[in-house]
Design a protein around this ligand. Structure first.
Ligand SMILES: NC(=O)c1ccc[n+]([C@@H]2O[C@H](COP(=O)([O-])OP(=O)(O)OC[C@H]3O[C@@H](n4cnc5c(N)ncnc54)[C@H](O)[C@@H]3O)[C@@H](O)[C@H]2O)c1
Length: 309
């Protein structure tokens, strides 16, 4: 059962699995449009509700849960942290309780942001989250660790770096930039725009997660860096180059608590990822060919606002 399978990374993972069961609350970020071309079974359900998860698991003889369900946008967490606690912490505890009761395997998707700004973090680094978002993800990870130790729950944690690709909600840097350039709108850039992120193409992440789901060991944590670090300004310039248009950049007040970089090391896995320039071209092409997908989202507050807090 794929929780959060109607979102950005979840829907890419659904494409890798034969006939999966998708369990998703369809929040602002979850859209059935993301799954319209893939065969799947769908249950509208909320990980904040234990009974809804339990019912779905029992009725469908679920043996594994892969959890993508989360509140995922840092800016939203600065404006309203409480829903991040509910979904990313209490929701994860509900999944752990169901996994414990029915002896299920839980594959949980976390993030590089739990390490904060540390260079070359390996899986045993201390967690130093900077935003309410990353703090909620780190808390979820700690509850998973505690359930493995205390109850022997069969769980593992995957920490990918920044993902990009088709179907990412336009609140995030790359789709926001593509759409704003297409619409001749200014692109708000936080601070000096020199914050570094490590990018990975979403279809690569989905394949790597599938392999870890099949071969990963109980109790392990797996970093999944893309190995392609770029500053935000470099990303915006590259997208401008692909579209053949100079981006209209507007520097705005920096995001409070903004991490200057994320940097993980992978010591456990072997995988290849496509080069960023190639993945960005594919992504831009997808947004150009699928304007029906993003046109209804142009009114979104976090796409529109320059400084949301
Ligand atoms: N996008 C990235 O760059 C990135 C990088 C590293 C890790 N992650 C992690 O990967 C996971 C997926 O990220 P994403 O970018 O696809 O997120 P997203 O915001 O695009 O999708 C989240 C999905 O979860 C669903 N959801 C939210 N709350 C729910 C609830 N209470 N019950 C059931 N479903 C709920 C939404 O409807 C949506 O379909 C998240 O855990 C995120 O923290 C994301």
């Amino acid at each position: 059962m794929i929780t959060g399978g109607a979102g950005f990374i979840g829907s890419a993972f659904v494409r890798e699995i034969d006939n999966p069961l998708v369990f998703d609350a369809l929040t602002y970020a979850g859209r059935l449009e993301n799954l319209k071309d893939v065969k799947h079974l769908f249950i509208k359900g909320d990980i904040r509700n234990f009974q809804e998860i339990e019912k779905a698991v029992k009725e469908n003889h679920v043996d594994t849960i892969v959890n993508f369900a989360a509140e995922s946008h840092v800016d939203r967490s600065i404006v309203d942290p409480f829903i991040f606690l509910d979904t990313n912490v209490k929701g994860v505890i509900n999944l752990l309780e169901v996994a414990r009761k029915y002896d299920l395997k839980l594959v949980h998707i976390s993030t590089d942001e739990v390490y904060g700004e540390q260079e070359n973090s390996t899986e045993d680094f201390p967690l130093k989250p900077s935003s309410p978002y990353s703090a909620s993800k780190a808390s979820g990870d700690m509850f998973i660790h505690s359930y493995i130790r205390t109850y022997g729950v069969n769980a593992l944690i995957i920490r990918p770096s920044n993902n990009y690709g088709p179907r990412q909600f336009p609140e995030k840097l790359i789709p926001k930039t593509i759409i704003r350039i297409l619409k001749n709108m200014e692109i708000p850039v936080y601070g000096d725009g020199k914050q570094e992120r490590d990018w990975i193409f979403v279809e690569d992440t989905a394949k790597i997660i599938k392999k870890i789901m099949q071969e990963g060991k109980k109790g392990e944590i797996y970093n999944v860096p893309g190995g392609q670090r770029r500053t935000n300004i470099e990303i915006i310039d590259e997208i401008g180059k692909i579209l053949g248009k100079k981006p209209l950049i507007k520097y705005v007040k920096d995001r409070p608590g903004h991490d200057k970089l994320y940097s993980m090391k992978n010591t456990k896995l072997e995988y290849k990822t496509i080069p960023l320039e190639e993945g960005l071209k594919k992504t831009v092409e997808w947004y150009l060919n699928n304007q029906w997908w993003w046109t209804p989202l142009l009114g979104d507050e976090f796409f529109r606002s320059e400084v949301p807090w």
